[in-house]
Design a protein around this ligand. Structure first.
Ligand code: ARG
Length: 465
């Protein structure tokens, strides 16, 4: 049997394989709500412009309201044979309201229709994600405040660098997630133009009103070029790109949790809620959720690479290749929601082991910079020279198997006779952290102020970007 929707020029039906490769209903049914909404706006505009009658428009509207309910209640009669969500909605509409349903597609193509539906879907997805990232920031800011003076080692090269505060470390992620929200917000601004009315690609001879459908669907304006309108998937790529960076941020946090949670570090504990046991090794408690968040960034980045590859070298305008855009975006959205929930759960669940963190911060000559800064400031020695003097102190401490603060004054004066006992005041990790009061630095006083600033910047009703 040929298709009722496009089969006029065909004499036989498609092969089973043709159907199988072509059908998108399995995934694009997620566009149902947007498809109904776009169709309502289109039908209303067609009637306003005198292209279809008010009666037909009213009948279409009634039918679409019913379809909306059926979709919401899960009793919409999906038919695989009808390829995609657009044809399912239209065919069922016609079954419900009769010939008026057949007038809905006047001055419209599935090409502008799918682009419109999908933009609306991505727009809503961005709004949902923004809300979820914001909640994650809220949890992190709370933890940061509670740990404004929890001292831990700060690393470069995963080697102990300088003492920092746990609160400061957590606020670094608040900034990263803030930029993620900014990227999604940027993408949203650019995607918020309406393709509807571009037709198959060249526009239409019907006297349509694209301004009215655009504003009815909460777009800022209609897209300026009909060929661009049906062939552009930048909005999906930008969504996936922003998603990839977000996923990378979550994977970095997850990796830190894995490291902090290992008994060798022992910086944080996670409860049974976010860990699992081993089937063989009875002693084990594994941070599986963190590992999976770390790993799932792979799918997200893969989806971006996948769609970039689909779009690369596609000639204008629409090609069926572009049907591959949806699974990438839907899958990424689901993955992000899951990973955000897991990350938020773990951030809330983790408890710092303060003694262990502080003890670890004391290792590895972490206050060597403070030593050098003291020599520079108190002895008025150029920093390069102080660096050298400090290096000798580290070497001596290393040979004696002690930390810097455990050297005697005589030891230090053997290196440079100008050094006084006053230097020991800057060699504790607490003093080292507290001294870093420069803007953006790790001092507890800063962390408290930064947490408050982050609250105002990120947790208000609108992101202050
Ligand atoms: N299911 C299609 C897609 O997602 C809808 C557009 C079909 N357009 C066409 N000319 N065959 O891309």
């Amino acid at each position: 049997m040929t298709s009722k929707m496009w089969g006029g020029r065909f004499s036989a039906g498609p092969s089973a394989i043709m159907n199988e490769i072509n059908v998108s209903l399995g995934f694009d049914r997620r566009l149902g709500k947007q498809d109904v909404r776009g169709s309502m706006a289109h039908a209303e505009m067609l009637a306003e412009q005198g292209i279809i009658s008010k009666e037909d428009s009213a009948a279409i509207k009634q039918g679409l309201i019913r379809i909306e309910l059926e979709l919401a209640n899960g009793n919409f009669p999906f038919k695989q044979a009808l390829e995609d969500i657009h044809m399912n909605v239209e065919q069922h509409l016609t079954a419900l309201v009769g010939p008026a349903g057949g007038r809905l597609h006047t001055a419209r193509s599935r090409n502008d229709q799918v682009a419109t539906d999908f933009r609306m879907w991505v727009r809503a997805a961005i709004d949902t994600l923004d809300d979820e990232i914001k909640k994650l920031q809220d949890v992190l800011i709370g933890k940061a405040e509670a740990n404004a003076d929890t001292v831990m080692p700060g690393f470069t090269h995963l080697q102990v660098g300088q003492p920092v505060t746990f609160g400061h470390h957590l606020l670094a992620y608040v900034e990263m997630f803030g930029r993620d929200r900014g990227r999604f917000a940027d993408a949203r601004r650019r995607l918020n133009e309406c393709p509807l009315g571009a037709g198959a690609m060249a526009g239409t001879s019907f006297p349509i009103d694209r301004q009215s459908t655009a504003s009815n669907l909460d777009f800022d304006r209609p897209m300026a070029n009909s060929m661009d309108a049906v062939s552009d998937r930048d909005f999906a790529l930008e969504f996936l790109a922003a998603a990839s960076i977000l996923a990378v941020h979550m994977s970095r946090f997850a990796e830190e949790l894995v490291v902090w949670f290992s008994p060798q570090f022992g910086f944080v504990t996670l409860t049974d809620a976010f860990t699992t046991g081993s089937s063989m090794m009875p002693q084990k408690r594994n941070p599986d959720a963190a590992e999976l968040v770390r790993a799932k960034s792979g799918r997200v980045i893969g989806a971006l690479m996948g769609l970039l590859t689909v779009m690369k070298a596609l000639p204008l305008t629409y090609s069926k290749d572009m049907q591959e855009d949806k699974e990438a975006v839907f899958g990424v959205f689901d993955t992000l929601e899951l990973c955000l929930a897991a990350t938020m759960g773990m951030a809330d669940d983790m408890q710092p082991n303060k003694e262990r963190m502080a003890a670890s911060a004391r290792l590895g000559y972490s206050t060597a910079t403070d030593f050098a800064d003291w020599v520079t400031q108190k002895l008025n020695v150029p920093f390069r020279e102080s660096h050298h003097i400090t290096g000798q102190a580290v070497k001596l401490a290393e040979s004696k198997g002690v930390e810097l603060r455990e050297l005697t004054l005589a030891d230090l004066q053997g290196i440079d006779e100008r050094i006084t006992a006053d230097i020991f005041n800057v060699l504790t990790v607490e003093a080292a952290a507290a001294s870093r009061t420069s803007y953006g630095g790790t001092a507890p006083s800063n962390v408290r102020a930064q947490a408050q600033a982050a609250r105002e910047r990120y947790l208000g009703s609108k992101l202050k970007w």
